[in-house]
Write a protein that binds this ligand. Structure first.
Ligand SMILES: Cc1ncc(COP(=O)(O)O)c(C=O)c1O
Length: 462
């Protein structure tokens, strides 16, 4: 169980069951001093008292104190105990982490991440070894901005087989995740005179920001149970859609809405950007194939390894209509000539050897079970909360019981050591159109923490 130690209004959250208790305690104390929560001169509890409070060995506390005294954060004097050093606050605070960087919280249900502890390290290392042994020396030099040919070949086969994408290796561009691919598309669209991007009313705020940063105005598309209202694309120049699994609302884009989008694109010469971020994960039936197959000359299909493997790999891919190809490659060459060749050839080998399919199958089973466990736990312990959206992906919408405010629930959860996000954080406008809900990223916690994380969630909601 995690413990919280409170003194002078300061909470130090620690997980004494974690493998690095002493390091955790040191970090918690450093950060409390840095942020001013522990003021210069503040007296710390004796090592015996803190050890008792936290349920850890006294030596661990004494060693942590000793280390921080040596670093100058604390002082220890006979008779006056251990105190925060006077000069400690002169140390400038650390820069805030970028918005999407995750800091350690004991229980984490924020969406956006697969189970990082389940990354297939051994298979990845084996693929890297095989790939590097087989790679010609020229692979280590500057190369094609579209990405390594072996990766584009592997991806073209994989995407055709699993997502129905109609693409050849030549039409693919490997990029640093969806984020870069989307940025390149915005840049090229704007340079060609586009002014308006239609975007789903609920989406990752970073996508709205990226489009705006590239000078595109936004047209907000409402989303209902059939997905985005593609009947309202009007005079937009392009649209960003998550057809397989709307992020974050979790519905699929109905066939009639797909057709409406394609008709619009053909009629107006508009571009559909298909963000297929978690298309591999569908639990109740076969995944719906990519929309790109309906109109490859009007859809820029974007995929990523961020959900199937890990966001830290920064590997994504674009399958592009012919008319965009040269401009996107030129924009890519200008800003980021090529992704790391080692990662590219490793992923190529990982896919070609079948390890990627195996990993996706394993993950699908694991996440499906987690989703079922989430639903069962809510039904049993917080029956007034309700899951909505299709059985797919790595997150679920948990609609809050009547009378619960998102902000209050998120804050209350924080106090229980649980990080969750409210749906409203993803809305385009200040007036939420959807009922209060949480976006629960059930893939995020490591397996050993999943049960405890569900218990926290139910306690908070009950
Ligand atoms: C809707 C959506 N699209 C795409 C991505 C993947 O982004 P990237 O490939 O840049 O990691 C995410 C990741 O959280 C996402 O939520």
């Amino acid at each position: 169980m995690p413990s919280a130690w409170a003194t002078s209004g300061t909470d130090l959250h620690l997980d004494p069951a974690g493998p690095r208790v002493r390091a955790g305690l040191e970090n918690a104390l450093r950060s409390a001093v840095q942020t001013g929560r522990l003021r210069p001169g503040a007296r710390l509890p004796s090592s015996r008292v803190l050890a008792l409070d936290l349920g850890i060995a006294r030596n661990t506390v004494a060693n942590a104190y000793g280390q921080l005294v040596a670093e100058g954060w604390l002082t220890a004097r006979q008779g006056s105990g251990t105190r925060v050093a006077d000069r400690a606050t002169a140390i400038s605070p650390q820069p805030a982490p970028p918005a999407r960087a995750r800091r350690g919280v004991p229980y984490d249900l924020r969406p956006g991440s697969p189970d990082l502890a389940a990354f297939p390290r051994a298979d990845w290392i084996a693929a890297a070894r095989r790939a590097l042994n087989a790679a010609p020396a020229e692979a280590l030099g500057y190369s094609d901005s579209r990405g390594r040919p072996e990766l584009r070949r592997s991806l073209a086969d994989y995407l055709a087989r699993t997502r129905g994408v109609r693409v050849t290796a030549d039409q693919l561009v490997v990029c640093s995740g969806f984020a870069q691919g989307f940025g390149l598309l915005c840049r090229v669209l704007r340079a060609r005179g586009a002014t308006t991007l239609a975007i789903e009313e609920y989406c990752l705020p970073g996508h709205r920001e990226a489009a705006a940063a590239h000078g595109l105005g936004l047209r907000i598309l409402p989303v209902d149970n059939d997905g985005a209202l593609t009947t309202e694309l009007g005079d937009a120049d392009a649209v960003l859609l998550t057809p397989a699994h709307q992020f974050p609302l979790g519905v699929t884009l109905a066939a009639h809405r797909r057709t409406a989008a394609v008709d619009w694109a053909v009629r107006r010469g508009g571009l559909i950007i298909e963000d297929d971020y978690d298309g591999e994960f569908r639990y109740d039936r076969q995944p719906v194939g990519a929309m790109q197959a309906l109109a490859p000359e009007h859809v820029a299909y974007a995929g990523t390894a961020s959900k199937t493997l890990a966001p830290g790999l920064r590997l994504g891919w674009l399958a592009l209509p012919g008319h965009l190809h040269a401009d996107v490659i030129a924009a890519k060459a200008l800003t980021d000539p090529q992704a790391s060749m080692l990662d590219q050839i490793t992923l190529a080998q990982f896919i070609a050897s079948g390890a990627y399919d195996r990993h996706v199958r394993r993950s699908r089973l694991a996440y499906r079970r987690r989703r079922d466990r989430l639903a069962a736990a809510l039904e049993r312990d917080a029956p007034r909360a309700r899951i909505s959206g299709i059985a797919a992906g790595l997150h679920a919408i948990v609609e809050l019981p009547a009378g619960h405010e998102e902000h209050d629930v998120v804050t209350h959860a924080r106090r229980h050591g649980l990080a969750v996000e409210g749906l409203h954080a993803y809305a385009a406008g200040p007036e939420p159109r959807h009922a209060p809900a949480l976006v629960a990223g059930y893939a995020t916690p490591p397996e050993h923490a999943f049960t405890a994380t569900l218990e926290r969630l139910c306690t908070v909601l009950a």
